[in-house]
Design a protein around this ligand. Structure first.
Ligand code: UDX
Length: 465
């Protein structure tokens, strides 16, 4: 135990950030590291701690190689953390000193030597703390590599007067070339301009700009992608190292699947797995919109009737907090949903790898995108906010493994549109065959000889030096 290096992992407090960093933590454990996983107090209380398959990595007890700890984010329990702008200001004011204290306490009281902080770019200040306490630091970017290229180059975009200092486009900007390496970008793909509240977008843009201001303090910028998936982006930012696909499903030596659920904010409803077992192969629509998306009543009604209209079996994730924060919605009275199953939270990666799944009606969060691509499941894209519009372009225009929904004149995706696009995507053999090819490429990157594994090994060598 004495020689086992301990790494502190620091995700932004959101499910879409905790998940890939937890998968990274499991990988580091497989390579002989211990992990201190630092959530905010608020996230820490939400995390369910299941014990499954006797997998010792699921255990967060003191003997586990992954220890879950927490520090406050500075907001009270009653505070609305959906307002990410306020949350980020509070994080910056509170968490750096708390993290410093935590590291000192761990080193002093528990005699553990923490050797490195791996910080989510959205918690980039963690590297400043690492420098202060004299340990190594590395960045982790939880979205597409192209989005990192865009974000990292935003100071240049500001200098070139394409963007104002708060990230809003100058009056003449419609589209621009960030580099000859990347496809033309336009303002629709800038994640900070796609927030539901534009003010929050501006605050987040400045927060991430601040996080990246000292990005050169480390040579290690890791991300959940692969060279094959985004060749242009990695040519544009050669320093960024893909170590993806980072998955929670792990194949043990007997090639059995072990799903590691540690870090989930909601309890997984496992009954959907036996339900899936009873459905014909390639028949089920999986419908899930990640951890943040909310629906209003009109759109929810269209979705419910649209699913019924397809006459296909469907597995639909409706989080309990669909009804939170003044957003009151319910399934329409006439909705029968006889062919469907609705759960509050699914074991998504297991679901996507189940042979019954035919396609994924998705909000195109980056984790969902990678998870579905790795399983060769075609998409029906329904982006909601942030980087999801960009991810949709990858899916529909670059990889061509899915179709997007079109809204009607009232801004709604109608039940008719849902049925028509479901029929279209399931009939399209080219989409099926391209999805299969992308899956093969991504699965190759799980293997020990892959470029992602080589990158991870380089990182580990540096870590243990
Ligand atoms: C957010 C942003 O939306 C996303 O675009 C960004 O890249 C990361 O932060 P989120 O909206 O939650 O994330 O979507 P996504 O990135 O897809 O992450 C959701 C995660 O929750 C995935 O790992 C998915 O497997 C998991 N999930 C989702 C479940 O385990 N069960 C479910 O029922 C739904």
């Amino acid at each position: 135990m004495m020689n086992t290096p301990t790494v502190l992992v620091l995700p932004f407090p959101a499910q879409g950030h905790v998940n890939p960093m937890m998968s990274l933590s499991h990988k580091l454990v497989e390579h002989g590291c211990n992990i201190i996983f630092v959530n905010s107090d608020f996230s820490h209380k939400r995390v369910v701690r299941p014990m499954e398959n006797n997998d010792k990595n699921n255990d967060s007890s003191s003997s586990s190689p992954i220890k879950l700890v927490s520090i406050p984010d500075g907001l009270g329990p009653e505070h609305d953390r959906v307002n990410l702008g306020e949350l980020c200001v509070s994080i910056l004011n509170t968490m750096p000193s708390k993290l410093e204290k935590l590291i000192e306490e761990i080193q002093l009281n528990e005699g553990i030597k923490v050797i490195c902080v791996v910080a989510d770019v959205f918690m980039g200040w963690g590297l400043e703390v690492a420098r202060k306490v004299g340990i190594k630091g590395a960045y982790f970017w939880p979205a597409a590599a192209s989005m990192f290229g865009l974000q990292h180059n935003s100071p240049k975009l500001i200098a070139d007067r394409i963007l104002d200092s708060d990230g809003s486009p100058t009056s003449t900007t419609k589209s621009f070339w960030l580099s000859s390496y990347l496809p033309a970008m336009d303002i629709k793909v800038m994640w900070w301009l796609n927030m539901l509240d534009p003010l929050i977008g501006k605050r987040l843009f400045k927060y991430v700009l601040h996080s990246l201001k000292d990005s050169d303090v480390t040579d290690w910028w890791l991300c959940n992608s692969t060279y094959e998936l985004e060749p242009q982006a990695f040519s544009f930012v050669p320093k960024l190292l893909p170590i993806g696909p980072l998955l929670r499903i792990h194949h043990n030596n007997n090639h059995n699947q072990i799903a590691r659920s540690l870090g989930q904010f909601w309890e997984e409803d496992l009954s959907c797995m036996s339900w899936l077992d009873q459905q014909p192969h390639g028949s089920v629509l999986y419908v899930a919109f990640g951890s943040i998306t909310l629906f209003d009543q009109k759109q929810l009604t269209e979705l419910a009737f649209g699913l019924e209209l397809t006459d296909k079996p469907f597995l639909w994730v409706m989080r309990q907090d669909y009804n939170g924060g003044g957003n009151k919605v319910s399934l329409p009275n006439e909705f029968k949903g006889n062919k469907g199953k609705i759960v509050g939270w699914a074991p998504q990666q297991r679901v996507l790898s189940h042979p019954a799944i035919a396609c994924f009606v998705s909000h195109c969060g980056w984790n969902s995108t990678i998870e579905s691509l790795t399983n060769g499941v075609p998409f029906l894209c329904w982006p909601y906010f942030a980087d999801q519009f960009f991810n949709k372009r990858y899916i529909c225009d670059v990889l061509k493994v899915g179709l997007g929904f079109d809204s009607n004149e009232n801004g709604l995706i109608s039940r008719g549109e849902i049925k028509s696009k479901v029929d279209q995507v399931l009939r399209d053999e080219n989409i099926a065959s391209r999805s299969h090819k992308v899956m093969e490429k991504l699965k190759h990157n799980i293997g020990e000889t892959s470029s992602s594994s080589r990158n991870l090994n380089r990182f580990l060598t540096w870590l243990k030096e």
